[in-house]
Design a protein around this ligand. Sequence first.
Ligand code: ADP
Ligand code: MG
Ligand code: MG
Length: 206
Amino acid sequence: MDTDLARAWITAIAASVVNEKQRLTDLDTAIGDGDHGNNLERGFTAAVTALAGDDAACPGDILVRTGRTLISRVGGAAGPLYGVAFRTAGERLTEPEAGLGELAEALTAGADAVRTLGGARPGDKTMLDAFMPAVDALDAGAAEGSGLAAAVDTAAAAAEEGARSTVPMQARKGRASYLGERSIGHEDPGAASTAVIFRALARVVS
Ligand code: ADP
Ligand code: MG
Ligand code: MG
């Protein structure tokens, strides 16, 4: 990943989030407060604007700027959580070009930062249920010597599968947890948007 690819990724996320805004909002209406699509549209659109004319020296600069923008522009839970994920990952990508191994390590650190900040664990019906399988797939791809495109595509599929796996879970973190057992039977909006984020990466890499 170089700066052009990092920029293309954030731009692709913004476009996908605009396209998927209604679906993400509908998921959040079922078990939250119905703002997830709007929150992410506002955040990633602001990130694209913040990147315009940016003279980034490394992909990390792009991801750090994206993370800071999400933290400052998105009020909901997902803004700060995605914000620290991108910022933490970006802080590790300081060379002009990152290979699969570095990307896997950086995004794993990003997922760990979400875990630390939000206190959720896999199975709690949050974005982590998509994020962890995705970064695990990247790590496995790096260990097996896969190409970047193949590994990222596998990671996107793992995130999508992870998002679907949240349907039967009962939420133990975030607003959905207030519903108790009534949160069962719905896909978690944050897990769904994590799948969108990894699918956007797969699209720009291929
Ligand atoms: P809010 O709930 O403040 O309205 P959003 O609707 O933007 O924020 O985001 C909700 C999503 O954030 C949830 O679907 C869940 O995936 C994620 N989330 C909420 N709390 C946590 C947490 N503590 N750890 C990880 N993810 C969380
Ligand atoms: Mg919400
Ligand atoms: Mg909200």
